[in-house]
Ligand binder design. Structure first.
Ligand SMILES: C[S@@+](CC[C@H](N)C(=O)[O-])C[C@H]1O[C@@H](n2cnc3c(N)ncnc32)[C@H](O)[C@@H]1O
Length: 443
C-alpha cells in the first residue's frame, strides 16, 4: 500500500472527525485544515482525514454516493472496479446461483461490495494487511461478507465450501503496468488453474490481453464505459451462459446518469483464443464511401471489427485499421458500438499542406484522431497552431493495403476530413475514447 498513515482514522476520534467533514472542496481544503488544527486535532489526524475526504470526492465517479462511507488509498482506488461494472460481474454470479463467492485479491472491496449485494455469502481475501483493513470497513454494511488477510492461492476453497471465485489480479507494480499476465499477482495461469477446484471462475484481465492466452472454453467480454475500455472479463463454467466466445459490453451514461448496457457478440466465434478475422481494405481513396465508422474500443479489442463491418456493409479503410467505410448510415441497433462521421475530403498527410489549409481557412478548432499512423494528434495540432473560428475534424490514417498508401501523393498516410453525422440518421453517436488511437490492437 502507498505509504500514508491511516491509523489515526481508525481510532474513534479520527472516525468521528472524518464523518463530520463536508464533501471535498479544493478551494476550502487549506482553510479547513487550519481550523481543524486550531481546534486541537493532531496534524497527522487532520492530514489523514483531509486525504480521505479528497479521495472520497474522487471516488464518487466510481462508487457514487457509497464513496462517502468508504475508505481508500490512491492506488487501491485507481485499481478498484467501478460500481457500474462490478454490478455486471456480480449479476453473473447471482444468475449462476452462486452461494459462496471468494473474491481473491479484493483490494478495497470494489467488486466484493457488488458481490455481497447480490450473493448470499462472500469471502474477500487480500494479502496486504492495510488494504484488507480498508476492505473490512468498506464491507461493514454487509454481514454476509467476511474479509480475510491471506494469500489468495493459499485459501483452501474446497474446505471453505466456496462454490465460485472472482479474481482481479494486481497488474501494476511501482506505478507501472505489467504487460505479462504471468507477472500479475496472482499470475493469470495460477488463477485459471483454480477451475480444477471451482467451475464458476471469473477473472478481470487487462483489455489488451493477447487472445491466444485466453481459455478456449471461456466467454470473454470486453467492457467499455463511455468510450474507455476498462477490462476483459474471462468467464468460465456457469458464469458464461453465452457459451465460449467473445463479446463487447458497452456502457454509456444516459441522460438520467445511469449507464445503459449494450452487448455485441459475434455468433460465429466460439473460441475466444482464435485470431479475429481480418478483412481486406479498400484499394484506394477512390473506394471510400460517404460514411466512416469507428468501432467502440471494446468491440475492437473483442475482435468484432469484421463482424461490425459485415453488419454495416462497410470495409476497413486500411490494412488492420479500425476505421470502416461504407455508403450506409448506422442504424439504431449498431449505433452504441460505432461513432460515425460523413467523409468530406481526403488530403495527403503532409505537414506543409495541412499548415496552409489551417491558415487559409481560419481553422481554430481542430479535433484530430489517429489510427495506424505514427503521428501524435496533440503534437500535430500544436505544430499547426490553429487560430480562427472554423472547426474541423480530421482522421489521420492509412488507406489501402499494407505498403500501399493508397493515396497517390502520400504513401505514409492520409487525412480524412469528416463531419459528425447528426441526429437525422437516428443515430446517437458514441463518444470518442480519446483524441489519439492506434491501429487495431489485436485484430
Ligand atoms: C486490482 S486489485 C483488486 C481490486 C478490486 N477488484 C476492487 O474492485 O477494489 C488487486 C489486489 O490483489 C491483491 N493481491 C495481489 N496478489 C495477491 C495474492 N497473492 N493474494 C491475495 N491478494 C493479492 C493486491 O494487494 C490488490 O489489493
Amino acid at each position: 500500500m502507498d505509504g500514508f498513515d491511516l491509523a489515526p482514522l481508525l481510532a474513534p476520534e479520527g472516525w468521528r472527525l472524518l464523518e463530520s467533514l463536508p464533501p471535498y472542496d479544493p478551494d476550502q481544503a487549506l482553510a479547513l485544515g487550519e481550523s481543524l488544527r486550531r481546534e486541537g486535532h493532531s496534524p497527522a489526524l487532520v492530514a489523514a482525514a483531509l486525504t480521505q475526504q479528497r479521495l472520497r470526492g474522487r471516488a464518487t465517479a466510481k462508487f457514487g454516493p457509497f464513496a462517502a462511507r468508504m475508505l481508500f488509498t490512491p492506488d487501491a482506488l485507481e485499481q478498484a472496479t467501478r460500481l457500474a461494472v462490478s454490478a455486471h460481474h456480480a449479476s453473473r454470479y447471482a444468475r449462476a446461483g452462486s452461494q459462496y463467492v471468494a473474491d481473491l485479491g479484493c483490494g478495497i472491496g470494489g467488486d466484493a461490495l457488488a458481490l455481497a449485494s447480490l450473493c448470499p455469502r462472500v469471502l474477500a481475501v487480500d494479502r496486504d494487511e492495510p488494504t484488507a483493513a480498508l476492505a473490512t470497513v468498506n464491507l461493514s454494511p454487509f454481514p454476509n461478507a467476511e474479509v480475510r488477510c491471506a494469500d489468495a492461492l493459499e485459501v483452501d476453497l474446497r474446505a471453505e465450501g466456496v462454490d465460485a471465485v472472482f479474481a482481479d489480479p494486481a497488474r501494476r507494480a511501482g506505478g507501472r503496468r505489467i504487460a505479462d499476465p504471468e507477472s500479475w499477482s496472482p499470475p493469470l495461469g495460477r488463477v485459471l488453474a483454480l477451475r480444477e477446484q471451482v467451475a464458476a471462475l471469473g477473472v478481470k484481465a487487462a483489455p489488451g490481453i493477447d487472445h491466444a492466452l485466453l481459455p478456449a472454453d471461456a466467454h470473454v467480454q470486453w467492457v467499455s464505459v463511455d468510450g474507455e475500455v476498462v477490462e476483459a472479463g474471462i468467464w468460465c463454467g456457469p458464469l458464461a451462459p453465452e457459451g465460449p466466445g467473445r463479446s463487447a459490453l458497452v456502457l454509456r451514461t444516459g441522460a438520467d446518469g445511469a449507464p445503459a448496457p449494450h452487448v455485441l457478440a459475434d455468433p460465429d466465434c466460439a473460441d475466444p483464443s482464435a485470431p479475429p478475422t481480418q478483412l481486406d481494405p479498400v484499394t484506394g481513396a477512390e473506394e471510400l464511401g460517404e460514411f466512416i465508422h469507428e468501432p467502440d474500443g471494446a468491440a475492437i479489442r473483442a475482435g468484432l471489427v469484421a463482424h461490425l463491418a459485415g453488419r454495416l456493409g462497410a470495409t476497413p479503410v486500411g490494412h488492420r485499421i479500425a476505421y470502416l467505410t461504407g455508403t450506409r448510415p448506422v442504424g439504431p441497433e449498431l449505433a452504441p458500438f460505432v461513432r460515425t462521421w460523413r467523409l468530406v475530403e481526403v488530403l495527403p498527410l503532409h505537414l506543409k499542406a495541412l499548415r496552409s489549409r489551417v491558415r487559409s481557412r481560419g481553422i481554430g478548432r481542430l479535433e484530430i484522431h489517429a489510427r495506424g499512423v505514427d503521428v501524435s494528434p496533440d503534437a500535430l495540432r500544436a505544430s499547426l497552431r490553429p487560430r480562427g473560428d472554423v472547426g474541423e475534424v480530421w482522421l489521420l490514417t492509412r488507406i489501402g493495403s499494407r505498403g500501399d498508401g493508397g493515396h497517390g501523393r502520400s504513401p505514409r498516410g492520409a487525412v480524412l476530413v469528416v463531419e459528425p453525422v447528426g441526429p437525422s440518421t437516428g443515430q446517437s453517436p458514441a463518444a470518442p475514447s480519446s483524441q489519439a488511437h492506434d491501429s487495431h490492437p489485436s485484430t
